[in-house]
Design a protein around this ligand. Structure first.
Ligand code: CP
Length: 315
C-alpha cells in the first residue's frame, strides 16, 4: 500500500517519474479525461479550511473517472465533534473508500492515520508539519517554467516556522543538484532548526536573510508565503511579523527577467494585485498544476506501477 505522508519518502527517480505522469495527466485532462479510476472512491477528510488542495484533489479524481465523498470542517461536521478519535474515523472511512486525502491541524496526523488505515492515506497538510503534495506541484511548476530544478537559486519568504509548504519544499529540493536556498523571514518565524539540520546533512547551501530587496535580485524563484495568523501563539506575535515582505513594482524591477514568483496561496497582502499581470507571476499556473500532480498521485496510489504503463500508452 502506497501512502503519501512526507517529502522525505520521494527519491529523485520517483520525482522524475511522477512529473512525467503529471505531464501526461495534463494532456489527458485537456482531452476529456480518462476512466483509469472508474469504480474507485476518494474520501476527502478536511479538518482545516482549503480551497486549492481539496478542490484540486476532487477535480483530479473526477477527471480520472473516480468518485468523491467529502467533508470540510470535519472537526465540526464529522463525528469528531462527538469525541471520535482520528484513528476510529480512519478505520471506518477505510471501509467506505479506496483512498483518503486528509488535512488535519496536528503535526503527524497523516502518519497516525496511515498506521490504522487499510487504504492509502495522502497527507494534504498536517498542522505546521508538512504538505508534500504542495511541494510536488511546486517542483513540477519550477521544472515547467524554468526547464530544470537543478542549479536553481530560490528564496523562501514569510512565515517559515509554521509554513508547512516551505518545510516539505526544502526537504524535496535537497534531492536536486546545486540548489541554493535563501530563507527570508521576520525574526519571530525563522526556518526551523530541524529543516536546517537536514539541509546540512545533505550538503545543501542555504542562507538566512532579512532583506527581501537584496535577495530578490539574486534568485530564479521567489517563493512567497502568507504570515499565518491562525498559527501564531498570540496576536502581538502575529502583528510583529505581518506586512514585512511585500512583492510590488519595486521588487519586480529588481528581479531577473526570467525569474518566477510562486506562492502556495491563499495570499494575504504579500503579493500586490498589480503583480498578477507580470509574466513572471506564476502562482495561478502553479495552482492549476496541482490538478495534474494530484491526478498522477491518485493514479499511482490506486493503480501502482500499472498506472505509469497505462498512461504512457495514452500519451
Ligand atoms: N496551497 C494550499 O494548501 O491551499 P489551500 O489551503 O486552499 O488548500
Amino acid at each position: 500500500m502506497y501512502h503519501v505522508l512526507s517529502a522525505h519518502q520521494f527519491d529523485r527517480n520517483q520525482l522524475d517519474q511522477l512529473f512525467r505522469m503529471a505531464e501526461i495527466m495534463e494532456y489527458t485532462a485537456a482531452n476529456g479525461g480518462s476512466n483509469l479510476l472508474n469504480g474507485k472512491i476518494m474520501a476527502a477528510l478536511f479538518f482545516e479550511p482549503s480551497t486549492r488542495t481539496r478542490f484540486s484533489f476532487e477535480s483530479a479524481m473526477m477527471r480520472l473517472g473516480g468518485k468523491v465523498i467529502s467533508t470540510e470542517n470535519a472537526s465540526q461536521f464529522s463525528s469528531a465533534i462527538k469525541g471520535e478519535t482520528l484513528e476510529d474515523s480512519i478505520r471506518v472511512i477505510s471501509s467506505y473508500a479506496d483512498v483518503i486525502v486528509l488535512r488535519h491541524n496536528e503535526v503527524g496526523a497523516a502518519t497516525r492515520a496511515a498506521k490504522v488505515s487499510s487504504i492509502p492515506v495522502i497527507n494534504a497538510g498536517d498542522g505546521a508539519g508538512e504538505h508534500p503534495t504542495q511541494s510536488l506541484l511546486d517542483l513540477f511548476t519550477i521544472q515547467k517554467e524554468r526547464g530544470s530544478i537543478d542549479n536553481i537559486r530560490i528564496a523562501m519568504v514569510g512565515d517559515l516556522t509554521y509554513g508547512r509548504t516551505v518545510h516539505s519544499l526544502s526537504y524535496m529540493l535537497a534531492k536536486y543538484k546545486n540548489v541554493t536556498i535563501y530563507f527570508v523571514s521576520p525574526e519571530n518565524c525563522p526556518i526551523p532548526k530541524k529543516v536546517k539540520d537536514y539541509l546540512d546533512e545533505q550538503g545543501v547551501t542555504y542562507f538566512e536573510e532579512n532583506d527581501l530587496h537584496e535577495v530578490a535580485a539574486k534568485v530564479d524563484v521567489l517563493y512567497m508565503t502568507r504570515i499565518q495568523k491562525e498559527r501564531f501563539p498570540s496576536g502581538e506575535e502575529y502583528l510583529n511579523a505581518a506586512g514585512r515582505y511585500v512583492i510590488d513594482e519595486k521588487v519586480l524591477k529588481l528581479m531577473d527577467e526570467k525569474a518566477i514568483i510562486l506562492h502556495p496561496l491563499p495570499r494575504a497582502g504579500e503579493i500586490l494585485p498589480e503583480v498578477d499581470a507580470d509574466p513572471r507571476a506564476a502562482y495561478f499556473r502553479q495552482a492549476k498544476n496541482g490538478v495534474y500532480i494530484r491526478m498522477a498521485l491518485l493514479a499511482y496510489c490506486l493503480e501502482g506501477k500499472q498506472a505509469g504503463a497505462e498512461l504512457e500508452a495514452l500519451a
